[in-house]
Design a protein. Sequence first.
Length: 611
Amino acid sequence: MCGIVGYIGDKSPVEVIMTGLHRLEYRGYDSAGVAVVNKDGLGCIKSLGKLKILDAKLEESPLLGQTGIGHTRWATHGVPSEVNSHPHFNVAKTIAVVHNGIIENYYELREQLKATGIEFRSQTDTEVIAHLVDKYYQGDLFAAVKRALKDCEGAYAIGVICKDQPDVLVAARHGSPLIVGLGENEGYIGSDVPAIMKYTRKVMYIENGHVCEITRQGVKVEDVNGNPVQMEVKNIEWDDAAAEKEGYPHFMLKEIHQQAAVLRNTLGGRVHEGSDEVQLTDMNISKDELKACKKIFVVACGTAWHAGMVGKFLIEKFAKVSVELDLASEFRYRDPVIPENSIMIPVSQSGETADTLEAIRIAKSRGAQVAAIVNAVGSSVARESHGVVYQQAGPEIGVASTKAYTSQCMAFALFAIWLGETRGVLSKVEAKELITHLRQIPDKVDEILNNQDKIKELANRPEYRDAVGCFFLGRNVNFPSALEGALKLKEISYIHAEGYAAGEMKHGPIALVTETFPVICIAVKGETYDKMVSNIQEIAARKGLIISVATEGDKSIQAHSKDVIYIPECFEAFSPILVAVPLQLLAYYIAANLGCDVDQPRNLAKSVTVE
Ligand code: AGP
């Protein structure tokens, strides 16, 4: 989730680019850089850390030119560092590239280019693009970029400039967002509207597979095979605040809608096309350590703890390793017994949660290998762990965690398959089958996001919207889904919601059920479906207000439910990722209908850095 800006025209490219990058800082900010074409060739300044550090460097050594590109980074491949920050160059430094996305076959391309004698400067996938453009460059940058992208698989939004063609800015998109802005004798590119809205409101939304040649005279758009594409120019009506939310009323709703793309990012670069093998290169756990491991400790807080519960289920099911799950705030005070060869997996979106950090320190002090699942690149959790799986969800602004949760569940699924294969518990055929199921998840999330009418209608029904309390019930791998659904609703709508294991109702909680008490029951097809239906019938017998979350095509569930929210058929073990989405939307629309401050609920903070 990086930020890209480019400019060609008579303004100062650095001024336009830095203004735009600051408007994109919410997309990622572990490092940044700018490159411009000037009479001496390509000038470039980069910096580690926040944009203000780059500002200071540019203040000290102004970068003059006429065409430029800039980038603020949310690292995916290669740690945050100046050498890994964008722009990246070909060997002769005559071509510069900025990139948002993941080139999934970068490793193969990198090896091929290295075999021709090219020495790479960085650890990034992006640098591969610069060398490929150089390989195909014969005086026409637009043609070279089109040809280079034919070799690339994965997601990209790129900006490219060339010393020998100062009057040309080339951009392209596949999977990652990109817009082109039109001015008088000038052109802009940006990751999204806020980047260029100060200068122009006339934009083209670039589609997947399109490549653009931007000059002072205008924009030419073709597909990678050189077929011309007619683009519509739209006029942006948003105000600044709306622009950062890309038109959504709240960051939370925007982030809910990012989940299909985020899940493709989480998968991207870890399950290579064709190989169908999981690669978690930054975990820093050797095969011997993985094979010797007898116990895994999963430690987290809040929503991350719910993801950890899903992770426990997946690791024990597919890797047959015992998992102990703890709330970080409890783990640190219970004097845990940590056997030899243990692994701890802390889970954290912000990577700054105090209790989770303390749990890491305790585990390390008792000899555990710590491999974190974390979203914020370069965060304390990432730095204090031995290894890391970055969620690649991009910055999550809404206090209520949504895309971070589903990407954590996806990361656990990848880890469980990787661990199962490494330990010889999963055959290659079984692993391939699981990966096939995982690959289908993002499209199924999109299906849910494209069919929200029922959820919006339920969220405005007084019996649900004005409820004083409610239950979320689930079983098995969807017990954490019930806990997460309840947390989502309570933390943004302030309705008292509790998540329970459905089998637990008879042991007390069912005393609360009345005809004005909503019970959201997760009853997707799976091993415990029949048991779940029995629990629903027990609730119905007490006239509870039942909303069931069920699998498309399941008509029988309607007999026991007042309302049903359907989700696409899904491999049960991975269904929490899908189940989360309608429950996030239900919570969001109820809270919005109640006029709550959805992005910044009362009493809450995005990162709990205190105990
Ligand atoms: C989730 O909606 C909450 N905002 C909260 O429970 C959060 O998940 C918890 O504080 C953990 O945060 P972390 O993932 O940044 O460590």
